[in-house]
Design a protein around this ligand. Sequence first.
Ligand code: PRT
Ligand code: ZN
Length: 283
Amino acid sequence: MLRIAVQKSGRLYEDSVKLLKECGIQLNNGYGQLKTKAENFPLEVFFLRDDDIPQYVFDGVADIGIVGENVLLEKAKEIDIIFRLGFGKCRLSIAVPKSFVYEDLQSLNHLKIATTYPNILQQYLNKNNATAEIHEISGSVEIAPSIGLAEAVCDLVSSGSTLFTNGLKEVEVVLASEAVLAVNKNLASEKTDLLNKLLLRINAVKTAKNNKYIMMNAPTHQLENISKLLPGMKSPTVVPLAENGWSSVQTVVNENEFWDVIEKLKQYEAEGILVLPIEKMIV
Ligand code: PRT
Ligand code: ZN
């Protein structure tokens, strides 16, 4: 049995549970439940506060965990990141009041930065030979400058609206973070086998999300151009149409290249282009 720790409630809860479900793992978890066993995979799920997950994985109480990289680095536990999951994206940034004249980190020398991330921030200051003073607090970081607790803050940012509404401007990105799958360093071999099975599924789900299946009709004299443009997983599937001189072409395109590819396909006289989502993709 593999044991996974996920956030009990909060920003990572839904995406974590959704990922397991997309991997075909059935959980019948009621909200607020502390642990559950999957019905169709040897997996036990522990629901915990995100701050506790690195310790549980380090101690081996859980074998793996889904947690923000920011939390993992702050707790500085000796555990490995095995997969970057692509959700829970945010950045840990330094921000100052809008009126503060900021040039670089040295502008904060001998001033106070309020944060709940003292370790990551200290490393960043050391790396940049900056001498700002860290003032550790446990929450509501964004109000620290307005109540005179500190001249600057270091906090997580996603849309930036919290900083904006508190009259702050972002001046340094200390860390770009996302949810990661973290793993205990001493997994028994039967657990490693289960983890590899889970990773195969996570990979299939994530790869599928980054790709689209496209189908189109194209004049046969353009097939060579189109095949060069669309390598697909091996090469595109080409099927002749009933109408002479035309073929149906089907392939997989990466999301990042998608619009460039579509523009070029139009230049190569492709018509009736259909785009379909892929549920799982095993390469
Ligand atoms: O109860 P528990 O301890 O488990 O949860 P928590 O309250 O400590 O964490 P939670 O659920 O808020 O966040 C869990 C993880 O989500 C974090 O560790 C990050 O990895 C990730 N994440 C992604 C964020 C954000 N985006 C985020 N925007 N975590 C927090 N925020 C907060 C930020 O602290 C600030 O208060 O949102 C505010 C800023 O948001 P914007 O959109 O206004 O910029
Ligand atoms: Zn927390």
